[in-house]
Design a protein around this ligand. Sequence first.
Ligand code: UTP
Length: 226
Amino acid sequence: MQTVVISLGGSILIPGNDDARYIGRLAETIRKLSSEYRLLLVCGGGQVARYYARTGRDLGGTVDQLDMMGIDVTRVNARLVATALGDVAIQVVPHTLERAAEMCDQGVVVMGGTIPGHTTDAVAAMLAELVGADRIVNATSVDAAYSDDPRTNPGAERYSQIGFEKFKLLIYPDHDAGRSSVFDPKGAEVVLRTRTPLYIVDGRDLCDMEAAIRGRSVKGTLVSDP
Ligand code: UTP
């Protein structure tokens, strides 16, 4: 059975727009695929995590304190997704990569963050390395990897397939609580080293997410060796 780690961006999970409907449909897709694939989901924190990062910063919180708030929010989101998945998911949110790896033969693993200093994309990349995943799916709020942010630069080039080295050049070099890019730089380093194929898809497009989980061609971007 192939193993797939899916990084679910918080911005697609809880945009505050009919979230139960989307998460319910996502759960249907994951439930269907869980009999064919070993699946591990890593949930992001989205706007709620950003709210705490912003408010905590205004209150003089340290970067570690802000990160811990973000981690708590990602774990609440993981509970929400596990609730939607019902009995195919393990209803305990693991706090470490090792615990997640131990659990992954018992059902769909749903987790959030682990320790300060990175985002859930990096958690997904490290988890994929630990379990020897066949691929990572980054389900995010943009529909592909671009040469620049397509929301601010309409001329940005869209990639359907790129190599790991070129992909790394697209990523911001710094980590800062609450800031986002197409994939966490620490996560990008891990996939660059492990050469784990990484699919970047619009998380709201569940057909594309399913294609990525199955390792088929996607409307989004495949980061891999040529
Ligand atoms: P996210 O993974 O949601 O980060 O974690 P993000 O990239 O800012 O959000 P999206 O992808 O755009 O929705 C939220 C915050 O929680 C902390 C970080 O501060 C991160 O920005 N965090 C998360 C950690 O410190 N460690 C973790 O393992 C996970």
